[in-house]
Design a protein around this ligand. Structure first.
Ligand code: GLY
Ligand code: MN
Ligand code: MN
Length: 436
């Protein structure tokens, strides 16, 4: 668990960024009906969770720097014995203050009536317009309400500022407590990947391996995945976001699993590729070794000060050279890179930020320059090669070989730490695990 004092520190930092005349308004996620009276699994918005640690729907956070009655105001659900019998306990206003350190808490039903007085005299409203239409309307009604009373001397806000960018810059650099949560998500995920490799054999179905992953995730305290698991065999290894997971795994197939647990709202995002029968064929091995070489080199390129694109540049270079060596591309390596000739085989980026979201918040580019890495940033490194049968001019012995290798990496003061290093990824280690 991340301590409540850490959430308080984050709120203070955000208030310092917006200044004493600003106000932050951040609604929670909503509950959505699946059908009848059954709801989808509730997942709190990451921005809201990052500032509150509060996991209930129908809540709104307000940060009003220098407000004398208190700077951190939470609007949330009231205690309700009837509802709590069905759905479980609620913090209520008392819990919001005692457990979640709100200075003041009010029933969510009072929000609309109270918003104008909270907004009066605030010059800038830090709110992400456009995400929640219903809440946009509530907020704009409150602002209009003040505008209508301007002759009474009230001052309505001058600027609407997207709270996203400043908040996301904070989220981008992880604290030690956050890195510990991510390590836990990765450790749980590791059990799942290893188990899937151990039990895999031809004639099982893709969903049977998915079940092994989910068993480990759930058993170890991750009630949810960070995203829909990708379990593809054979030609499905070449579909980047394949989630149907319903085909039979055939002898001679490769199997690609891209799956990550979510632990205390923190994501892991890990991919391993292995032979269904436990032994890589010659062609599979050649492609696998090439992707692995590029991945290891890309991980090495990650360190403070290195550009965000350093990993991708290394990957593109190694993969292109390797595709030439294997006869899958022809020509001069630099020219091929220039022409992006690798693109039919490798059509994505080297990775992405990782954190509360699998594709986590934070900019990659500042003032048209790829940003340098800093200690505490956490990212994936995930090169791949996907030789689908419809790439023209490729001999069929290479067809349906899709390989991706994805690890989770945190930038440290001196280099990088691979959070997922315990999951086998050399040909020898994978074959040894599967032979057991
Ligand atoms: N699992 C989605 C991704 O690797 O980005
Ligand atoms: Mn992934
Ligand atoms: Mn990823």
């Amino acid at each position: 668990m991340i301590k409540m004092s850490e959430y308080a520190k984050r709120r203070k930092q955000l208030m310092q960024t917006i200044g004493p005349t600003g106000i932050v308004i951040l609604p929670s996620a909503r509950e959505y009906i699946r059908n009848g009276d059954a709801y989808y699994y509730f997942r709190q918005y990451s921005d809201f969770y990052y500032l509150t640690g509060f996991d209930e729907p129908e809540s709104v956070l307000i940060l009003a720097p220098k407000r004398k009655e208190g700077e951190y105001i939470l609007f949330n659900r009231v205690r309700d014995r009837d509802r709590e019998i069905w759905d479980g306990p609620r913090a209520g206003q008392e819990g919001a203050c005692k457990e979640f350190l709100a200075d003041q808490a009010f029933p969510i039903a009072e929000l609309e009536a109270m918003l104008p007085e909270l907004l009066v005299g605030r010059e800038s409203v830090h709110y992400s317009l456009g995400f929640d239409k219903t809440f946009d309307d509530i907020l704009l009604r409150a602002v209009n309400n003040i505008r209508a009373k301007i002759r009474g001397g009230l001052q309505s806000p001058i600027a609407f500022v997207d709270v996203g960018p400043s908040l996301h810059e904070m989220r981008l650099v992880k604290s030690p407590a956050e890195i510990a949560m991510m390590q836990k998500a990765v450790d749980i995920t590791a059990f799942g990947h290893i188990r899937a490799m151990e039990v895999c054999e031809p004639n099982k179905y893709e969903y049977e391996l998915e079940a092994e992953l989910m068993y480990e995730f759930h058993k170890r305290g991750a009630r949810s995945s960070a995203y829909n698991s990708i379990v593809g065999a054979g030609k499905n290894t070449c579909i980047l976001h394949y989630v149907t997971n319903n085909q039979k795994i055939v002898d001679g197939d490769l199997v690609l699993i891209d799956a990550g647990a979510e632990y205390q709202n923190y994501a892991a995002d890990i991919t391993r590729t292995f032979p269904a029968n436990g032994k890589f064929s010659g062609e599979q091995c050649a492609i696998y070794e090439l992707v692995l070489e590029s991945q290891l080199a890309a991980i090495k390129a990650i360190k403070p000060g290195a550009s965000w694109t350093a990993a991708q540049n290394v990957i593109v270079k190694i993969l292109t050279q390797g595709l030439v060596d294997l006869g899958l591309l022809k020509g001069n390596v630099d020219n091929l890179i220039e022409k992006r000739a690798y693109f039919p085989f490798y059509m994505h980026k080297s990775g992405h930020w990782l954190g509360l979201d699998v594709h986590d918040a934070g900019r990659y580019n500042i003032n048209n320059k790829w940003r340098p890495l800093e200690a505490g940033m956490t990212l994936t490194v995930e090169p791949g090669l996907y030789i689908s049968a419809d790439i023209p001019g490729v001999h069929k012995r290479w067809h349906n070989i899709g390989v991706r290798i994805e690890d989770n990496v945190v930038v440290t003061e001196t280099g990088r730490d691979v959070l997922s290093k315990q999951i086998p990824k050399t040909v020898a280690d994978i074959e040894a695990l599967m032979a057991k």
